[in-house]
Design a protein around this ligand. Structure first.
Ligand code: HEM
Length: 512
């Protein structure tokens, strides 16, 4: 008996040793591959000088909250084409901030990186934004009809309705001197609008009391993704899973996924007896979800349930948060520049001619307002950065080459504020977008919607919505800067402000 117990004890002790040995081998292997990767990257950086960095934290310590763009601007001046940024000891992203460089990367079909995009994948799945190769190609082809002009046209009325609800809520700010925090109001409006337009789903989210659960979840998710990117100990999936940040991320993901699942479920029920898109068209406008549910490729294959969820999550997020950022900043810019606001209002009143709603035909009749919107997208790009991972070496116009496996970021913010590309880049000047001035610049100097094969599929949708909302807001209210509250801009998944985006408003008196 005693002998058997001793034998078991001996075996257990050996098992422990074996386990410890396996762990050591795994750690040594992992560490040596990481060190080899670091050595390779360091060799590449010899041709690409960049800002000084800490051996362990890299440049992470320079990215203090609220100071991120200061560094990007300084580095863009010191290294006006591209520079390496280290996220800890092993992850390095070569950040492009010049049109001549970005042209090469955006015109390629290189996939998104497996760093930043990996952090949002458990939320938005393998949808159009994150997928690659054949899958991305097939889905892009299936979804493109969802943004055809015939589909977008009826959305203008729905967008106007959502905007009017928001502007009605602003009455109380117009009659008191209380400032309005734009991002909160505008993101509820853009959520309401994407739900109505793309998913024919009316949930009155602008009028419900308290914070909207989905909007709150999207906000939490973007903060948590950023926390993860800044802390290299959380880059590993397992460590992230066990961390409090990972726990909060999973909780917020569940809220976002429940919201989308509910939208899909309701539509599937409604479509039970519907055979084709033509019969839907007879009853109501065709929306993006109809196109998703009915889409078939040449082999008559539709999207799987999982792919469908990923696309709905992607469009729900991309379709409201980016536009909310763009719209909040144009309203803020116009509040800061009453002279441009006045010119926009005159143009809008002339086009609306007493109507209180925007129509499809009106969208192309407000060129001055459109230039102001573009200038705001230049100064405050809603998607401040994006990133790819090279599958093959890439050579830039000056002969410098980055090898396969390199992570290449694009700082949209850096390009849009690069002083070698834009004169007085920090000055709001809509005339930069006069056709004669545009023709003098590289088409890659202004890339708020990216460019090339992976450009933004929703850019017309977004521009239409921003035009409708800007026009109706200016028709009804004077926008006034609050000099005591300047936004401190932050690069999150979309451009946000640490201290909100505040303006004051006053009613526009009707002309007599
Ligand atoms: C002002 C608003 C918007 C801006 C500035 C914007 C910007 C961008 C940018 C820069 C990209 C490329 C991202 C990357 O390479 O990682 C992108 C991709 C994308 N956007 Fe937008 N977007 C806006 C609105 C929208 C809207 C309203 C929708 C949908 C209704 C949308 C759907 C998408 C999708 C699905 C992709 C991925 C496309 C692909 O890779 O094929 N976006 N957007």
């Amino acid at each position: 008996m005693e002998l058997t117990a001793a034998f078991v004890k001996f075996q257990l002790a050996h098992l422990h040793h074996l386990f410890a040995l396996v762990c050591i081998v795994v750690v040594v292997y992992k560490l040596s591959t990481l060190l080899a990767k670091r050595a390779r990257t360091l060799r590449v950086t010899e041709a690409f000088p960049g800002p000084p960095r800490h051996w362990l934290f890299g440049n992470l310590l320079q990215f203090k909250e609220g100071k991120e763009f200061e560094n990007i601007l300084k580095w863009s001046q010191d290294y006006p084409y591209i520079f390496p940024v280290w996220f800890g000891p092993f992850v390095c992203s070569f950040t492009i901030n010049h049109p001549d460089y970005v042209k090469t990367i955006l015109s390629s079909s290189e996939p998104k990186d497996d760093f930043a995009y990996k952090f949002i994948q458990s939320w938005i799945g393998d949808g159009l934004l994150t997928s690659k190769g054949q899958k991305w190609f097939r889905h892009r082809r299936l979804l493109t009809p969802g943004f055809h002009y015939d589909v977008l046209k009826p959305y203008v009325k729905l967008m106007s309705d959502s905007v009017k609800t928001m502007l009605d809520k602003w009455e109380r700010y117009a009659t008191t001197d209380e400032p309005v925090e734009l991002f909160e109001h505008v993101s509820l409006m853009t959520l309401d609008s994407i739900l109505k337009c793309a998913f024919s789903y009316d949930n009155n989210c602008q009028l419900e009391s308290g914070k909207n659960e989905y909007i709150k979840a999207v906000y939490d998710l973007s903060v948590l993704v950023n926390k993860r990117a800044r802390n290299f100990l959380l880059h590993n999936n397992f460590a992230f899973y066990l961390s409090p940040v990972g726990y909060r991320f999973r909780k917020a993901c569940k809220v976002a996924h429940d919201h989308t699942a509910n939208v899909i479920k309701k539509r599937k029920e409604a479509l039970k007896n519907v055979k084709d898109l033509e019969s839907i068209k007879k009853k109501r406008h065709l929306d993006f979800l109809d196109i998703l549910l009915q889409s078939r490729d040449e082999n008559k294959q539709g999207l799987s349930d999982e792919d469908m969820r990923a696309e709905v999550d992607t469009f729900m997020f991309e379709g409201h948060d980016t536009t909310a950022s763009g719209l909040s900043f144009i309203l803020y810019c116009l509040a800061c520049h009453p002279e441009h606001q006045k010119l926009c209002r005159e143009e809008i009143n002339q086009v609306l001619d007493g109507k209180d709603t925007m129509e499809w035909e009106d969208l192309s009749k407000i060129p001055y307002t459109t230039m102001c919107i573009k200038e705001s997208l230049r100064m405050y790009p809603p998607v401040p950065g994006m990133s790819r991972k090279l599958t093959k070496p890439i050579t830039f116009f000056d002969g410098r080459t980055l090898p396969a496996g390199t992570q290449v970021g694009t700082s949209v913010f850096g390009i849009h504020r690069n002083p070698t590309v834009w004169e007085n880049p920090d000055v709001f000047d809509p005339l930069r977008f006069l056709p004669e001035n545009v023709s003098k610049r590289s088409p890659h100097a202004f890339v708020p919607f990216s460019a090339g094969p992976r450009n933004c599929i929703g850019q017309n949708f977004a521009m239409n919505e921003i035009k409708v909302a800007t026009a109706l807001a200016l028709k009804r209210y004077h926008l006034i800067e609050d000099p005591t509250r300047k936004p401190k801009i932050l690069p999150r998944l979309v451009l946000r402000s640490l201290n909100g985006i505040y303006i004051r408003i006053k009613p526009v008196e009707p002309e007599v």
